[in-house]
Design a protein around this ligand. Structure first.
Ligand code: HEC
Length: 235
């Protein structure tokens, strides 16, 4: 292509790109009009996934059989019992203890992403405790509708739980027993904050009413600017 003005070459490449008949001479970085071309990139981007992902169980079963047992690896790693000699703390001490904790953290951090794979919320025929005058739980259909209305919120709750998994992984690396207590509490909040939005939001309103009562009892003036039902907001 010697003698062809650069601008013509660029236009030609852009045209070829648009036609999808790109040649290697056009894909060299100097000849690709990256900023102006609306054509497809010359090379297919790395795939988002290495293969298809298909679910096997419902969200409810994924909770019961994977995330809940995994979280126990973390919850059970620290505890305090009251004995006649006072409080005795149980914390990880052996390498096996830390290995188990790391396994729990990995299962949480990786496993929670399975909640991004569309799947039924409950097994067929299971309507949760969603009937009656004051149902405790949303039905699977109601949860689905909530998610479809606000997928960003659903994903935020997923990322929040993943972050706790990462926090625990970091703690395991440093064998920092002290921070493990906080992490265990953060884990509890991450689970609960999603449940309060998507599983039993009625409790959120109840908590909000109780909160208001407490404020009234304590003589604190109610903050009218707050959105009713939007609290208490945990971190
Ligand atoms: C992104 C949201 C989300 C996060 C995070 C989450 N859950 Fe859930 N969980 C749900 C939903 C939604 C249901 C109700 C599904 C249904 O019954 O339709 C549920 C249900 C459950 C159940 C009931 C299972 C049964 O057999 O009835 C358990 C137990 C549970 N979750 C534990 C946990 C634990 C432990 C964590 C944290 C480690 C957690 N969940 C994190 C959304 C979440």
């Amino acid at each position: 292509m010697v003698g062809v003005p650069a601008r013509t070459l660029l236009a030609l490449c852009a045209g070829l790109l648009a036609l999808g008949v790109l040649t290697s001479s056009c894909s060299s970085p100097s000849a690709t009009p990256a900023s102006t071309s609306t054509a497809a990139p010359p090379r297919a981007p790395a795939p988002a996934l290495w293969g298809d992902m298909t679910p096997i169980v419902s969200v409810k079963e994924l909770m019961r059989d994977m995330l809940d047992p995994a979280s126990d690896y973390i919850f059970d790693s620290v505890s305090s019992t009251i004995t006649k000699d006072g409080a005795v703390d149980h914390v990880p001490t052996t390498q096996a203890d830390w290995d188990k904790l790391r396994a729990g953290a990995v299962m949480i951090a990786e496993g929670v992403y399975l909640l991004k794979v569309p799947r039924p919320f409950a097994p067929p025929g299971d309507e949760n405790n969603s009937t009656g005058p004051d149902p405790e739980e949303l039905s699977p259909a109601q949860i689905t509708a909530k998610l479809e209305k606000d997928p960003v919120l659903w994903n935020a709750k997923i990322e929040a739980l993943r972050n706790v998994g990462l926090e625990v992984l970091d703690i395991v690396k440093r064998k920092d027993v002290k921070e493990l207590w906080d992490a265990s509490e953060n884990l509890d909040h991450a689970c609960e904050n999603c449940h309060l939005e998507f599983w039993y939001p009625g409790e959120l309103k109840l908590l909000s009413r109780l909160d208001q009562k407490l404020r009234d009892l304590n003589g604190v003036r109610a903050d009218r600017a707050r959105t009713p039902g939007a609290e208490p907001k945990k971190k």
